[in-house]
Ligand binder design. Structure first.
Ligand SMILES: Nc1ncnc2c1ncn2[C@@H]1O[C@H](COP(=O)(O)OP(=O)(O)OP(=O)(O)O)[C@@H](O)[C@H]1O
Ligand SMILES: [Mg+2]
Length: 285
């Protein structure tokens, strides 16, 4: 096995050799989610084993990034966490107490906004469902529109905005719902490189201020290292957890951490492990 560079650098890598990831985790009061032995099979015209034996604890207020090759089940796992999809076997225990707001807010990989609503209506939509008064709802929506840099576009419709701006609407709406958990599926994937860097920094700041439980899927190792407390690396389909890496960088965190030798070494080490999975996922059957 490759040396655990993360461990040498202060971060800790939990690989299957060290921690039995096939063992169902024990829930504690500090956990927002506990995923136990979750497997998912899609059975349609073609049977697809999307997830195999996923075991995971997600601490309340933690920021978890999921990386893995295309098709390894990242979106499926996120949808199961958010109860949009059911596991074929296993279970997800939620330790989230909410009454007026949804347990989880989503930012989807695509199609995350309502084309018939303007920006303000889109961002206020989640709260609308939770029957908050109009004035309060709109004031809160305007606050979050400002936080993602869309002030001035409140009355624009999605088709009048760029793809990156549309994705920022979805991020603002997720925060505006007030849900304690944010489940984000490549929320920054459609943004241009410069906007993406600014939004990454903004996400770090918003999360540090709000301390919601965040699970974010990304294809970018840099993004995972910049944003996350832990990185869950999945293997090629049928998706399993290959490693869980504790990110050693402190908070508050900003983009400058990317310039450190420690960051470069962790990125390289994670990429070496991920590359095997990406290669495996590209073997055509
Ligand atoms: N509703 C569905 N019906 C049938 N198969 C599905 C369905 N959703 C996902 N799959 C299959 O499950 C596997 C995992 O899909 P998923 O979308 O979770 O992957 P992913 O890791 O998010 O990929 P990407 O990085 O490309 O977004 C894929 O083989 C996919 O074809
Ligand atoms: Mg996906």
């Amino acid at each position: 096995m490759r040396p655990a560079v993360g461990a040498l650098l202060g971060g800790i890598r939990y690989s299957p050799e060290k921690v039995n990831m096939n063992q169902a985790p024990v829930a504690t009061a500090a956990d927002a989610f506990v995923v136990r032995n979750v497997s998912k099979v899609f059975s349609g015209s073609k049977r697809v084993q999307a997830l195999t034996d996923i075991n995971l604890n997600l601490k309340k207020g933690s920021f978890t990034c999921i990386v893995g090759p295309s098709g390894c089940g990242k979106s499926t796992l996120l949808r199961i966490l958010g109860e949009l999809e059911t596991a074929t076997t296993g279970e997800v225990a939620h330790n989230v107490e909410v009454t007026k707001v949804p347990k989880s807010a989503f930012v989807f990989q695509e199609h995350g906004v309502f084309p018939w609503f303007d920006v303000l209506q889109n961002v206020a939509f989640g709260e609308h469902m939770a029957s908050v008064g109009k004035k309060e709802r709109e004031a809160n929506a305007r606050h979050w529109i400002g936080e993602v840099g869309l002030t001035g576009f409140e009355n624009s419709y999605p088709h009048q905005l760029s793809g990156g701006m549309r994705q920022r609407i979805a991020i603002a709406r997720a925060f505006a719902t007030g849900s304690p958990t944010l489940l984000m599926d490549e929320p920054l994937g459609a943004l241009d490189a410069q906007t993406r860097i600014l939004m990454q920094e903004q996400l770090v700041h918003l999360w540090e201020a709000e301390r919601k439980t965040v699970v974010l899927v990304t294809h970018s190792i840099e993004e995972a290292l910049l944003l996350g407390d832990q990185i869950v690396m999945m293997s090629a389909r049928p998706g399993r957890i290959k490693e869980i890496i504790d990110v050693p960088f402190g908070r508050p965190r900003n983009i400058e951490v990317e310039g450190t030798a420690e960051f470069a070494q962790m990125k390289q080490s994670i990429w070496e492990s991920l590359r095997d999975e990406v290669q495996a996922s590209l073997k055509f059957s």
